[in-house]
Write a new protein. Structure first.
Length: 566
């Protein structure tokens, strides 16, 4: 029976686009955009949006822009812009010459604001922020009109111009759209369009001291760029009437806003506020900590862009929020790494094994397959000698039932090597086994017996004389709670931080072929999992390997059960 092929899940956004194409809307064009705020680093949720927007553009022979939503100078920085560019490129997407900024349009946005004031559709309000909130009303009670709502057009134009010139302190005035304070949608109750903010913008410097809000700037930026389908996450669904209102009142080109469910992952937080706390309070080493769900963290850990894109395709696009099992992401990663990662032998918790009947100074070179999934990757030579390191777990003085590895009197196969039989072992003063003595059968070179006898256990090893000492970091989920999206009010997410999310091992030993392993190179350590060379902390004299993911694939088991029950 052949390998089960992945079935692409339905995508309601494609249905909308194809209907628009059939109807000839937007001149048969598809033009999307990815509009992050340059106030932080991208995470796996952003990757879903990147893949969706660029993927739709590619599928329909369209275009996709990247636009920095840089309307809040207090939190934005050029360093974030460069990081976003790097992350999008690493994921494999190219915006060509279409990299824009909302700040590119500040002059035009100001002109449109003047136009709305002249039409009687915007006014300068002098209520405080708290008063605006009180006047807004609730979901069950209509809002109350500001006493400044009916200022004359002339007064509004004068005040707005003086706001622009910096004549008022922060909070003295705002510009609001004049819509309907009794509207059932709270976003339509005279939303703020501009606020006074004395902060240096990383691109425009101190030229402006009034800045547009997201709701006002976003739809007009989409319009200016000729976007056809403005794809947002579900929390903007209630903002869509406002998106439409601004464009309709201004009478300018009108893209279509479509909302989809944002990504939530088990054992993970994607809230920028929570991620900032993790960094600021030292629970992780930084935004690129391999436990973080940021693109930088995932890349440093050893994730591949191909695995992330495969994952984003498999989860599809939904209209309702849900939590995706992180095991699916790991499954996509294993499938990709299994095909591309060369094999190597490494011992993480070393136990010395001495082959008592092997010549003291003899060294053999044994042939090992680099990747059984890809014969073109060829083979490599591994040195074999009298003293080896094996995993501590691969020996038991008193083995339990169904333990088929090394034990007194038991014979096992050394991967690519020989059959060995345990004849003795040495303990330290605390009763811990520190050395195992074995004999080997010279007729079993390559790990096979000419007389046809079978052994049930195969263990990996490295030659102690040739092994390279390295540091290995074993990562686990950062949180112990499965669904981190369903916290009760006042519940502190910190209480679920996993104290065992990182285990550092040193010295571990790897075969000598990895002595010059380059940063970010990935390997399958046989029987142990997939590992990559840390690009930050690795030095020439001390390599650091991050465990990317274990070999155990829980998602494939889940998938198998679902298939069997279907």
């Amino acid at each position: 029976m052949g390998k089960k092929e992945f079935k692409t899940p339905p995508n309601f956004i494609k249905d909308i686009i194809e209907e628009d194409l059939r109807a000839g809307r937007y001149g048969g064009r598809v033009h999307t955009r990815f509009p992050p705020e340059p106030n932080g680093f991208l995470h796996i949720g952003h990757a879903k949006s990147v893949c969706l927007n660029f993927g739709l553009a590619q599928e329909y022979n369209g275009l996709c822009n990247v636009r920095m939503d840089d309307t809040n100078p207090s939190t934005e920085d050029e360093a974030y812009v460069q990081a976003i560019k790097e992350d999008v490129r690493w994921l494999g997407f190219d915006w060509e010459d279409r990299f824009y900024y909302a700040s590119d349009y500040f002059d035009k946005l100001y002109e449109y604001a003047i136009e709305l004031i002249k039409k009687g559709k915007a006014y300068v309000d002098s209520l405080s922020q708290e008063e605006i909130r009180q006047y807004r009303g609730t979901l069950t009670e209509a809002g109350k009109e500001s006493p400044y709502r009916n200022r004359s057009i002339e007064e509004n134009l004068e005040l707005f111009e003086r706001m622009k010139k910096g004549e008022f302190p922060e909070g003295a005035h705002v510009l609001r759209a004049k819509i309907d304070m009794a509207h059932p949608n709270l976003n339509m109750r005279d939303p703020v369009m501009y606020r006074i903010k004395y902060a240096t913008h990383y691109r425009t410097g101190n030229r402006w001291c009034i800045y547009p809000t997201y709701d006002y700037a976003h739809c007009i930026s989409d319009s200016i760029e000729g976007i056809t389908h403005s794809i947002c996450t579900l929390e903007f669904e209630d903002h869509r009437p406002l998106y439409d209102w601004f464009l309709d009142e201004l009478g300018i080109y009108h893209p279509k806003q479509i909302e989809f469910a944002r990504l939530n992952l088990t054992y993970t937080v994607l809230s920028k506020r929570y991620l900032s706390i993790l960094v600021r309070e030292g629970y992780v080493t930084g935004w690129d900590d391999p436990r973080m769900p940021t693109i930088r963290g995932l890349r440093r850990r050893g994730y591949t862009p191909e695995a992330i894109k495969d994952f984003c395709e498999r989860i599809g696009v939904a209209k309702r929020n849900s939590v995706v099992d992180v095991a699916l992401l790991e499954h996509c990663l294993r499938e990709d790494l299994n095909k591309r990662a060369p094999r190597a032998m490494a011992v993480l918790r070393p136990l010395k094994l001495v082959i008592v009947n092997y010549p003291n100074d003899q060294v053999e070179e044994l042939e090992a397959v680099n990747n059984p999934e890809d014969p073109s990757m060829g083979t490599r030579k591994i040195p074999f000698s009298k003293v080896l390191y094996i995993e501590r777990d691969d020996f038991r003085e008193n083995p339990p039932k169904d333990y088929f590895r090394l034990a007194p009197g038991r014979e096992v196969r050394l991967r690519y090597g020989y059959y060995v039989t345990c004849v003795d072992f040495i303990k330290d003063s605390n009763g811990n086994v520190i050395e195992v003595h074995c004999t080997y059968d010279p007729e079993t070179r390559g790990g096979w017996s000419a007389d046809g006898r079978k052994v049930r256990g195969t263990i990996h090893w490295v030659s102690a004389r040739h092994a390279i000492p390295v540091e290995v970091r074993l990562y686990d989920y950062l949180f112990t709670k499965e669904d981190m999206t369903n916290l009760e009010e006042g519940e502190d997410f910190r209480q679920y931080i996993n104290p065992k999310s990182l285990e550092v091992l040193y010295p571990c030993y790897v075969e000598p072929s990895l002595a010059n392993a380059p940063p970010e190179s990935r390997y399958q350590f046989e029987r142990l999992g997939y590992f990559s060379v840390d690009p930050v902390d690795s030095k020439k004299d001390r390599l650091v390997f991050n465990r990317i993911v274990t070999l155990k694939d829980t998602w494939s088991k889940i998938e198998k059960k679902l298939t069997e029950n279907a």
